[in-house]
Design a protein around this ligand. Structure first.
Ligand code: AP5
Length: 215
């Protein structure tokens, strides 16, 4: 069963790699940040509640995020496997995920941890640009589009996320160290954790991930 978690600090390259892996393995890419940003854009109740936390670089409360993920995992396309990106991010989220999967006779089969140093993460976050139409991710220096401000894939307009400002990016890294890094120990104890050097070139990281996830 391909039930994977792609783990790593903000800017580690989870979204970039998940877009490739989801195509390779034909499993849905479930990114809690993307679902929350869509809820904010659509001004749903969830979005209204989540926005202030996201703007400050804080985590959205566990109960909201867990309910959102459980609902998403119950959809038919996740039945044969999934790739979680940005979840779980607290021990409580990790334990709740385990419980829900166990009740359905399932389990997480692999956790890939992308390892990148803080200085590099800040450069990646502050230089990131995203397509408004198809959500493809670029970087103004490390992965630039062919034409400034325009998506290579669909021609859409590129924008910068509000939480990618330097001050909020630093806060997100602090929150990661305090609340999310302990989740690594949780999975380390289960012996399903696979570290990958995320500081290499995008295609080299992708090749390492494919090697690790060969099943
Ligand atoms: P979320 O959207 O999940 O953000 P994140 O975890 O902070 O991760 P990012 O999307 O910033 O980074 P990434 O690792 O995907 O990197 P990317 O591939 O884009 O969460 C946002 C907010 O939502 C949170 O702060 C929180 O408020 C809330 N939230 C979400 N999930 C939650 C949860 N479970 N619980 C509570 N709250 C939650 O790459 C970054 C840049 O680097 C890009 O420009 C890319 O082109 C470039 N790049 C990528 N790889 C490389 C490489 N190898 N070399 C050079 N450049 C690279």
């Amino acid at each position: 069963m391909k039930n994977f978690v792609l783990f790593g600090p903000p800017g580690a390259g989870k979204g970039t790699q998940a877009q490739k892996l989801a195509v390779e393995y034909q499993i849905p890419h479930i990114a809690t940040g993307d679902i929350l940003r869509a809820a904010v854009n659509d001004e749903t109740e969830l979005g209204k509640e989540a926005k202030s936390y996201m703007d400050r670089g804080e985590l959205v409360p566990d109960d909201l995020v867990i309910a959102m993920v459980v609902e998403r995992l119950e959809q038919p396309d996740a039945g044969a496997g999934f790739l979680l990106d940005g979840f779980p991010r607290t021990i409580h989220q990790a334990e709740s995920l385990d419980e829900k999967l166990r009740a359905a006779g399932k389990a997480i089969t692999g956790v890939i941890s992308l390892e990148v140093t803080d200085g590099e993460l800040i450069k990646r976050l502050t230089g990131r640009r995203i397509c408004r139409t198809c959500s493809t991710t670029f970087h103004d220096k490390f992965n630039p589009p062919a034409s400034d401000g325009v998506c290579d894939k669909c021609g859409g307009e590129l924008y910068q996320r509000e939480d990618d400002s330097e001050s909020v990016a630093h806060r997100r890294l602090e929150v990661y160290d305090k609340q999310t890094a302990p989740v690594l120990e949780f999975y380390g104890r289960k012996a399903i954790l696979r570290p990958v050097d995320g500081e290499q070139d995008i295609n080299k990281v992708a090749a390492d991930l494919m090697d690790l996830l060969k099943v």
